[in-house]
Design a protein. Structure first.
Lengths: 504, 363, 342
């Protein structure tokens, strides 16, 4: 039905796509895979009309199709749900879902009852329970992603492109979405599914197209390949077994307590959380989304104030009034929400790298620009950040590289305690592995790390100890042999609580 | 819950109503004093000239208050916003005053409100700027006379012949146009005086200085400079910086800084004093207006011939043009320098007509 | 407390609260006279130009742009209406319609520059501001001209028991309410809320911006005509304060300058607030300054100080009203729930 042939696209000096090809049949669910910077997003944007292609052809039902704008794309029954969303935060859920295709009645007026009804139907199909009159800005990211999907479906597309929409969804939300997509496939919908989660790809997709360096490397049937085949196609290397390098046994028994919280309480979000963290330890915070992990991290960092409880950091009781206080005490923070809390998009790579280090100095301390430049170059090399140069703006980098930039920022100041909130959301497997390696290096050098993640695999992989949150409380503490996926999932769902940090 | 809110609201409103009633009763007593209720609407008080005008008027008003002639005198400023002034005028009409003096934000606006005021028997007077309305007398400085005195003086200083530079202010501004006409009328009588170049300096010392610097290269050989106010200090600064000799004669700037600059120049070069003139363009005009208003309120009648037509409003005989009386040249410069020694740098050379001089306007 | 929740989520809340506060203080300083119909009439007739200008500004600000040229556009409308009627003796209706058309055209021009040449509106409207005010000065170099007394008496009078200006404002509000019911009403907010999202949804950004600027130009034209009827004469500098005052009214009304959030209701409240501030200061000094000895000699200073302080207080409280939007910290105020989530 849809064919993209030899697509090429350049952004200035950077070639995003060359000879990328893709085909999609009615009723087919195809995975689009690739490492960071492989051109996945660009290809999706070309389909959505956000970016114009430089060369190549798109054929729809055998006829050439010219996509100049999102309008062209939508009019040809192609709908895209974007990773970074195409929602307007200030409009209601219903208005967003029907935006651009409002049902109109007499004299061309919008019939708001039908807008609401249409939106409600779509939300029900996706089994999202959300007030259609609520503003999108009031929703959490998982719900926003589902609204984005509902919005794409509102166009009654023949082709649905899902660009990493599952990145922030819970496991059960993903399952329900997949059930719906499988059902829609029966009625002839073609789906292009972009994701970093291999288990999702293997459970949902029929076929896969793998991009590397802007070129199509392979187009395969999922049933005929396994994880390592795909990783090989994406990276050109066969994956090693990295899990063997776990450090658990090497950890010394007696260590200082760096941070201890007792009975921490944040309005409505965190209830009587106590925990102790030792130096050089990597502690994972697990649980379903929105169970208080994010707020606990922000309370430690001083971005949110806690109403009750005590915090002892480095042996002294503290209560930070602002993130600045926390940074001066040697605490770093990395958010998974890069756009909002991480990267300064239009500033250069160098400035982004040195942000934390400069914040430690006074407003008027001198800055040696040459030293900055070489320092930045060194860090870029060390972290394998793919950028045109230290001067290019941060938003010219791909998502994974932006996140490495944020990690590199804290690597430079060597904090005593580093807090990470879902740091690898939407980051590809390779970059994620590199970030994990960096974190382990920092831990070996004595930095204590607390990391929350929506990805169980990541937690099991990196954390020495996992604290599981449920409804604002720590309900389980998993270490050593308890650290299994089965234990983690059951604790996340609130069943089978092991003894742990929670005192109920 | 909402019942509670409603009862709170009712309580609040009752309190507001009660307090306002009490205050208005107290206020009503307060205004039942003897004497006239006069108000000034000043378009802005953000420049020194207007401020000096307000202060002069306040001094006169205080005297009348002490005599019991004025019961209440109030001043309202409008931040240069014509609608704010309209609103103030409207509220003054509603609250009942005897006379309103206006230095308008926009000289032609307010006619609907003036109609209303006149219909209610309120005396409305324009000061400093002419208001074009048949029922409104405007008291302004005679800008034609102001300019004529200077041009005549200048012609005399250069023996009725030579090259001069002319600095006007803003083409289209009423005062500027009147002065321009006066300059032109005087110069027409002296065919040997040639205007090398006419420029507009927007009543801006900085711009005047810049213009002078530019003019020096094209017209270095000028004898005198004919300028409106707000230019002379800038011009002399420009000449000094370029080490260019001072002109044989230069005209007015009523800013006290000019008098002081002039004094300093003469101190430094006792043999070659600056040949300058200052003709007052007095902020005192407002106080003159106030004195006239009080006499009109007292029922006195203006002599015939006092009312003339403003050059911008030839259809009406509704203007009292006050001729400037204070002129400073090298003859009396030192005397005035001493008199104004304690004034701030933003002071304008100024005078207010005496009671006697005002009385001359009336029968 | 459903009402309170409704108000709480209304973007115009700060505007309404400020206006309520201003009304209470005004009643306190003015006394029962406040409740007379003549008083309402004078408040509305004097402030109608600013209210209109604030509405015009709001529509542009909702798209995430700003219009600095509103003040000079009003001046242009004023000078054209006066020139045609006085100098060329056109009928008043014809000359005023022509002036309204000119105001609308300035809006169209702004729209074309901002939407199609993609010049940021701050820059684009700053240049049109200078061009248009130059044009106004060329049309009418010095203040002058009159408006027939029937026109300004009608403007300052009553129609079916209410001040004429209330009807004019109500008509514009109704017009905007109708436009809001069309898709364009949603698109204006969508473009201002997140331009990229609006574009990705197939909305033609350029047309939306052109429409917003055109509508704004039209309402600015009405504002200029109201100003002309109020002042009953022409003046090439008359509109000067309206550029910034309209922006202040918009901010006071709770509309966010980055776009997408707010409404004209708040802006009308904001404009009335600004009008009441000068009223309050007037009565405060007219009724009470005499009670404090010694204040008389310097009272005009305190007037400006006081009115500016009140406006700054209003702006600050409108800007700092906590909304928890797009901030860091705890952005989520509502749990995203899925059915049978654990």
């Amino acid at each position: 039905m849809l064919q993209m042939l030899d697509i090429g696209k350049r952004f200035g000096a950077v070639t995003a796509l060359k000879n990328a090809s893709l085909s999609l049949m009615p009723g087919e669910i195809r995975a689009l895979l690739g490492a960071n910077g492989s051109g996945k997003s660009t290809l999706v944007k070309i389909l959505g009309g956000m970016v114009k292609l430089d060369s190549g052809n798109i054929l729809l039902d055998g006829k050439p199709l010219l996509i100049q704008s999102p309008r062209d794309s939508r009019q040809n029954a192609i709908a895209v749900a974007y990773q970074d969303l195409s929602l307007v935060p200030q409009l209601s859920v219903a208005d967003n879902i029907m935006l651009g295709r409002e049902p109109r009645g007499r004299a061309g007026l919008v019939e708001s009852a039908r807008v609401r009804q249409g939106a409600l139907e779509l939300l029900n199909r996706l089994q999202v329970e959300v007030d259609p009159d609520a503003l999108v800005s009031e929703l959490d990211t998982a719900t926003q992603s589902l609204v984005e999907v509902a919005k794409a479906l509102a166009w009654e597309p023949r082709m649905l492109v899902l660009d990493e929409v599952t990145a922030s969804l819970h496991h059960d939300q993903v399952q329900r979405l997949f059930a719906l997509l499988r059902g829609m496939r029966q009625s002839g919908l073609a789906i292009l599914f972009v994701s970093h989660r291999f288990d999702e790809v293997f459970s949902l997709c029929d076929t896969a197209t793998v991009l590397r360096g802007g070129e199509t490397m392979s187009a395969v049937s999922i049933s005929q390949v396994d994880y390592s085949d795909l990783i090989h196609a994406m990276t050109g290397k066969w994956p090693e077994k990295i899990r063997a390098a776990q450090l658990e046994s090497k950890l010394p028994k007696k260590r200082d307590i760096v941070l201890s919280l007792s009975n921490l309480h944040v309005q409505n979000k965190v209830k009587r959380v106590s925990l102790k963290v030792h130096s050089g330890e990597i502690v994972g915070l697990g649980g379903l989304q929105g169970q208080g992990q994010a707020e606990t991290l922000r309370a430690i960092f001083g971005a949110v104030s806690f109403s009750e409880g005590d915090m002892v950091f480095g042996g002294a009781p503290v209560k930070f009034r602002s993130p600045g206080d926390a940074v001066r005490q040697g605490i770093g923070f990395i958010s998974g929400d890069r756009e909002r809390e991480g990267v300064l998009p239009v500033r250069s790579v160098t400035e982004n790298l040195f942000l934390a280090k400069m914040a430690l100095k006074g407003f008027f301390s001198t800055i040696n620009s040459h030293w900055l430049f070489t320092g930045a170059k060194e860090t870029i090399r060390q972290l394998k950040i793919v950028a045109e140069g230290p001067d290019s703006p941060a938003n010219s980098l791909s998502g994974g590289n932006q996140q490495k930039l944020v990690v590199g920022r804290w690597l430079m100041v060597k904090p005593r305690l580093l807090l990470l909130d879902d740091p690898t959301k939407g980051v590809d497997i390779n970059a994620r592995r590199e970030i994990h390696q960096l974190l382990r290096q920092m831990a070996e050098h004595g930095t204590t790390i607390i990391i929350s993640s929506s990805d169980n695999e990541e937690l099991l992989d990196i954390a020495d100890r996992i604290l599981v949150f449920y409804e604002g409380k720590v309900v389980a503490e998993l270490c050593n042999d308890q650290k299994t996926e089965a234990q983690l999932v059951s604790a996340m769902l609130g069943v089978n609580r092991t003894s742990g940090g929670g005192d109920d | 819950m909402s019942k509670k809110v409603a009862s709170w609201l009712v309580l609040l409103l009752t309190m507001v109503a009660a307090v306002s009633l009490a205050l208005s009763v107290a206020n009503a007593k307060d205004t039942k004093k003897n004497g006239f209720n006069v108000a000034l609407l000043n378009g802005t008080n953000s420049n020194a000239w207007r401020l000096q005008m307000e202060q002069n008027m306040q001094t006169v008003a205080n005297k009348y208050k002490a005599q019991g002639i004025i019961g209440k005198y109030s001043v309202f400023v409008a931040n240069n916003d014509a609608t704010t002034q309209a609103q103030q005028m409207q509220q003054l009409i509603n609250s009942g005053v005897d006379a309103i003096l206006i230095n308008p934000v926009s000289a032609t606006s307010l006619s609907p409100l003036i109609d209303k005021a006149v219909a209610k028997g309120i005396l409305v007077m324009g000061i400093d700027q002419h208001i074009s309305h048949p029922k409104v007398i405007s008291v302004t400085t005679d800008q034609y006379a102001w300019a004529k005195i200077q041009a005549e003086w200048l012609a005399k200083q250069i023996d009725k012949k030579g090259n001069i530079l002319q600095f006007d202010a803003i083409a289209g501004a009423p005062a500027n146009d009147v002065r321009h006409q006066a300059y032109a009328d005087v110069l027409a009588r002296y065919p040997d005086i040639k205007v090398l170049k006419l420029v507009n300096m927007d009543w801006d010392e900085g711009k005047a200085k810049q213009l002078m610097t530019t003019l020096l290269s094209a017209y270095p050989n000028f004898d005198a400079i004919l300028c409106q106010d707000g230019a002379a200090v800038g011009i002399i600064n420009a000449l000094q910086e370029a080490k260019h000799p001072l002109p044989k004669a230069i005209t007015s700037d009523e800013w006290i800084a000019y008098l002081r600059l002039w004094h300093d120049l003469n101190q430094k070069n006792p043999g070659k004093p600056l040949n300058a003139i200052i003709v007052e363009n007095p902020p005192g005009i407002g106080a003159d207006g106030l004195q006239i208003v009080v006499r009109l309120l007292q029922g006195k009648k203006l002599k015939s011939g006092v009312l003339t037509s403003d050059p911008s409003d030839k259809g009406n005989k509704n203007a009292i043009l006050i001729k400037p009386t204070l002129v400073i040249t090298n003859a009396n410069m030192e005397e005035w320098y001493e008199k104004t020694k304690d004034k701030p740098d933003t002071y304008y050379i100024d005078s207010v007509l005496s009671q006697k001089e005002i009385d001359k306007l009336f029968n | 407390m459903r009402l309170w929740r409704l108000l709480r989520s209304a973007p115009a809340l700060p505007g309404y609260l400020l206006l309520t506060g201003a009304i209470i203080i005004n009643i306190l300083v003015q006394g029962p006279d406040f409740f007379s119909m003549d008083n309402f009439n004078s408040i509305f007739s004097v402030n109608a130009p600013l209210i209109m200008a604030a509405i015009a500004q709001t529509v542009v600000v909702l798209t995430g742009e700003i219009d600095l040229s509103i003040g000079s556009n009003m001046t242009l409308v004023n000078t054209i209406a006066i020139l045609l009627a006085n100098q060329y003796h056109w009928p008043v209706g014809g000359s005023w319609l022509t002036a309204l058309l000119a105001g609308t055209l300035v809006g169209v021009l702004n729209g074309l520059i901002v939407a199609y040449l993609r010049i940021p509106s701050l820059l684009a409207t700053f240049s049109t501001m200078s061009v248009v005010s130059g044009l106004a000065l060329w049309v009418l170099p010095k203040p002058g001209g009159t408006v027939p007394s029937e026109v300004y008496s009608a403007y300052g009078g009553y129609l079916v028991g209410l001040p004429t200006t209330v009807w004019i404002i109500a008509t514009v509000v109704a017009l905007w309410a109708i436009i809001s019911k069309y898709p364009i009403g949603k698109y204006i907010r969508a473009v201002g809320g997140r331009e990229r999202s609006a574009y990705a949804s197939g909305i033609r950004i350029e047309r939306v911006k052109l429409f917003a600027h055109t509508f704004s130009g039209f309402v600015t034209g009405l504002a200029g005509l109201c100003l002309t009827a109020l002042m009953a004469s022409g003046d090439p500098k008359i509109g000067l304060p309206f550029g910034l005052n309209s922006i202040a009214a918009v901010i006071l009304g709770g509309t966010i300058l980055s776009g997408g959030w707010g409404g004209i209701g708040g802006s009308i409240a904001g404009a009335l607030f600004l009008g009441l501030v000068s009223n309050i200061v007037f009565f405060l000094f007219n009724n009470f300054a005499g009670l404090i000895p010694g204040i008389g000699n310097v009272s005009s200073f305190y007037q400006q100080l006081l009115s500016n302080l009140i406006v700054i207080f209003g702006l600050a409280s409108a800007v700092f009203t906590p909304r928890k939007k797009n901030g860091i910290g705890l952005p989520k105020t509502r749990e995203g729930m899925t059915k049978d989530a654990v």
